[in-house]
Write a protein that binds this ligand. Structure first.
Ligand code: PLP
Length: 402
């Protein structure tokens, strides 16, 4: 049985073209890009080319691109740089639905005397722009808002939010890890100061990322060491991965427009068929302002983990929106922030597609999911009672936190 991979917001397959571009730089061209000799110099040239390829995808200049080790490092570098640049400012504005790379960092900074405002979202996962506007103060060192949400795919109005921050003289960072390569981004036309992305969400390898820093934005490095990346990120470059990410950026630039139309069509077909075939199911998140590849669907009165286990028997890979961490069956912070009813949030599944998915795969998933939900519901006392979500929520473990 072939694996059907619908978990591309978790990580993606490295593109064949990317791997091919990388391979010579493991064994044949292993020189240090900083060396004076031409053996190393040729590697340095390829790294400069990767800066150009990435800049072209983002509408940036090559010298605004800093290669890092991952999205998490880029997020940390951006926030910490702002705090060093404005040592007198002790306030950070972010949202309730950020990835842990921002959320956990902010929680950590809160224990170090920083004040954090987490702007709420509505039931569709859309940012409350009024609260956002009011949260910007003269004490705010940086705003960090994600371009697109990893769980629901909901897209925030980043250009508008960045413009508001600029009006108030506040640095603006966006975690665009899920957006780059899926939606067009043109940094020459907005006020974003810093942007994070990650290679492994973009058909490049794991362990490589980018922090974009707009020319003129003061930057205090997080990794201090050698002069690599113009002194903004010390450490001998991860040469093959940088070259691979450059190639992935090039592929995304060439293919994004056409492929996104195809991916969106596959996603919409999957979503519409499942909603039609499975009663008491719904989509979480704004269905319009959303990444073309992501669908977060709740199946009421079933456990996400149960669905994933049964999907796995058919080698279908997806993710659930509730984490079984520490034994509590808590729905994710994203679904809770949106106020998704507990019995719905608990049975949420994220399907995230890529350019490599096919119509046949989607047909197979459409065929397999409804009987899986039926089987699980046949074992659920709540489903059998047929009572409404709110009544049942009180009987579910962990319902109080929902
Ligand atoms: N930000 C978002 C929105 C993500 O989805 C992820 C990864 O899932 C990250 C940051 C972290 O990226 P990395 O795995 O490269 O550290």
């Amino acid at each position: 049985m072939k694996t059907i991979y619908l978990d591309n917001n978790a990580t993606t397959q490295v593109a064949a073209e990317v791997m091919e571009a990388m391979l010579p730089y493991f064994h044949d061209y292993y020189g240090n890009p900083s060396s004076m000799h031409s053996f190393g110099g040729q590697v340095g040239r390829r790294i400069r080319e990767a800066h150009e390829q990435m800049a072209a995808l983002l509408g940036a200049s090559p010298d605004e691109i800093i290669f890092t080790s991952c999205g998490t490092e880029s997020d940390n570098a951006a926030i910490r740089s702002a705090l060093l640049t404005y040592p007198d400012r002790k306030h950070i504005v972010t949202s309730r639905v950020e990835h842990p790379a921002i959320r956990a960092l902010c929680a950590h900074l809160a224990t170090r005397g920083y004040r954090i405002t987490e702007v709420p979202v509505d039931a569709e996962g859309r940012l409350d722009m009024e609260v956002y506007r009011r949260s910007l103060t003269s004490d705010t060192a940086i705003v960090s808002l994600m371009w697109a949400n990893n769980e629901t795919g909901v897209i925030f109005p980043i250009e508008k939010a960045a413009a508001l921050a600029r009006e108030k003289g506040i640095l603006f960072h966006t975690d665009a890890v899920q957006a780059v390569g899926k939606v067009p981004i043109d940094l020459s036309r907005n006020s974003v100061n810093m942007l994070s992305l990650s290679g492994h969400k973009l058909h490049a390898p794991k362990g490589i990322g980018v922090l974009y820093v707009r020319r003129g934005t003061k930057f205090s490095p997080f990794m201090i060491g050698g002069h690599q990346e113009k002194g903004r990120r010390g450490g001998t470059e991860n040469t093959p991965s940088i070259i691979g990410l450059g190639m992935a950026a090039e592929l995304a630039r060439q293919k994004m427009e056409d492929e996104n139309v195809r991916v969106r069509r596959l996603r919409d077909r999957l979503e519409n068929e499942l909603l039609a075939r499975v009663p008491s199911s719904r989509v979480n998140g704004d269905r319009v302002q959303r990444l073309p590849n992501t669908s977060n669907i709740s199946f009421e009165f079933v456990e996400g983990e149960g669905i994933l286990l049964l999907l796995d028997e058919f080698k279908i890979c997806a993710s659930s929106g509730s984490a079984c961490t520490s034994g509590s069956l808590q729905p994710s912070h994203v679904l809770r922030a949106m106020g998704v009813p507990f019995t719905m949030a608990h049975g949420s599944i994220r399907f995230s597609l890529s350019i490599y998915n096919t119509d046949e795969e989607i047909d197979f998933v459409i065929e397999k999911v409804p009987p899986i939900i039926e089987t699980l519901r046949s074992m659920s006392p709540y489903w059998k009672q047929g009572v409404g979500g709110q009544t049942c929520a009180r009987n579910f473990p962990g319902a109080a936190e929902a």
